[in-house]
Design a binder for this molecule. Structure first.
Ligand code: TYM
Length: 342
């Protein structure tokens, strides 16, 4: 029997942040540990997605390999035969299916994508067709492997929903070609969270922490020196209310830190809140959060430094060959029904 597929990806446009780890790496790695062998795990690097906004192209190939290393340092077990790590551009079926799906996707629905609106206003001098179209490529990434669960941060929920819409539309027209991934509410239940995760910027907690932000104090990179990360937490923007409270509306900075503390320490949010809510010493609280971040980064980076390129490339090649077969089967089903193949 084929195993249900859990799939996620992280672009190699910039160094990943602790928000990427908490939003996307941790849920899938937790699932792997909890249900060892029951699911197929696909963790891939959408390298073709990585330059829909300007990047340093001389660093792309290296960053892509590094991202795979980050999966491993975060705890992904590559010895599990049901776990696959791969690079999107090494499996050409991704771009081929995306092109087919483009013709079953409407400008109107794509124009509503919040990420496109936000990113196109940030990069208004260079809004590319790639930036506009990337949710369709993301749909292909998911549908090629019949994925049921796609752990992502809250900023990607809209893209998951459009994937479901495209797949359902295609299936209604041509029969059961694609597995439609679960809706976002079920995705959350599956990874045992109440809602989508959105870690906030440390300097402007009304915004999400973003790896592409030029404000280095707003984000903690997975490769930040632990002591530099400690300083960023200690100087994180909070508020002048003077009492710790879990409230995204009035105290987003403090609430963001409470949330990070809970997830990083593996404790329930209620438990962490019980310890800190009502207290007035922001300094002590920040020290506790900073300590947890330092602990996490120290451990993560020790694991990262022990990973060799050789072991990585060997696993990538095996995974890419196996996943190309799966992807090509799905692509062929789609090519047949649209009339490209007999
Ligand atoms: P990307 O590379 O921008 O981000 C990778 C993952 O990190 C999550 N994330 C966050 N989670 C919580 N708080 C934040 N502040 C935060 N910022 C980012 C993202 O939600 C994401 O899960 N389009 C995707 C990559 C992609 C993909 C896919 C994901 C391409 N194809 C197929 C899943 C399945 C992206 O741009 O993620």
């Amino acid at each position: 029997m084929t195993k249900p597929v859990i799939l996620t990806g992280i672009r190699s446009n910039e160094e990943p942040t602790i928000a990427n780890y908490l939003g996307a790496f941790l849920p899938i790695i937790d699932m792997q540990k909890k249900f060892s062998g029951e699911y197929q795990i696909n963790m891939f690097v959408p390298d073709l997605h990585s330059f829909n906004t300007p990047i340093d192209h001389t660093a792309l190939y290296r960053n892509t390999l590094n991202n795979v290393k980050y999966f491993i340092a975060a705890g992904l077990n590559l010895d599990d035969p049901s776990t696959f790590v791969y690079r999107q551009s090494f499996i050409p079926a991704h771009s081929e299916l995306a092109w087919i799906l483009n013709n079953f996707t409407y400008m109107g629905e794509m124009g509503r994508m919040t990420q496109f609106k936000e990113k196109s206003s940030e990069h208004s001098e260079s809004v590319t067709v790639g930036l506009f179209d990337y949710p369709v490529l993301m749909a292909a990434d998911i549908l090629l492997y019949n994925a049921k669960y796609v752990p992502v941060g809250e900023d990607q929920f809209q893209h998951l929903e459009i994937t479901r819409d495209i797949a359902t539309r295609f299936n209604n027209k041509f029969g059961d070609i694609f597995t439609v991934p679960d809706n976002t509410a079920n995705q959350m239940k599956f990874i045992n969270r109440d809602n989508g995760l959105r870690i906030r910027s440390l300097t402007d907690p009304t915004k999400k922490m973003s790896k592409s932000s030029s404000d280095v104090k707003s984000k903690i990179l997975l490769v930040d020196e632990p002591e530099a990360a400690r300083k960023k937490i200690l100087s994180a923007t909070t508020d002048s209310l003077g009492v710790i409270n879990f409230d995204w509306e009035t105290q987003p900075g403090i609430t963001n830190l409470l949330q990070m503390l809970a997830i990083l320490s593996g404790r329930a949010q209620d438990d962490v809140n019980e310890e800190w809510v009502g207290k007035t010493a922001y300094g002590d609280f920040k020290k506790a959060v900073a300590e947890e971040v330092v602990k996490f980064l120290t451990d993560f980076q020790a694991k990262l430094n022990a990973i060799t390129d050789e072991a990585l490339v060997a696993k990538l090649e095996v995974s890419e060959s196996a996943m190309a077969n799966v992807a090509n089967e799905t692509l062929l089903r789609a090519q047949r029904v649209v009339g490209l193949r007999p």
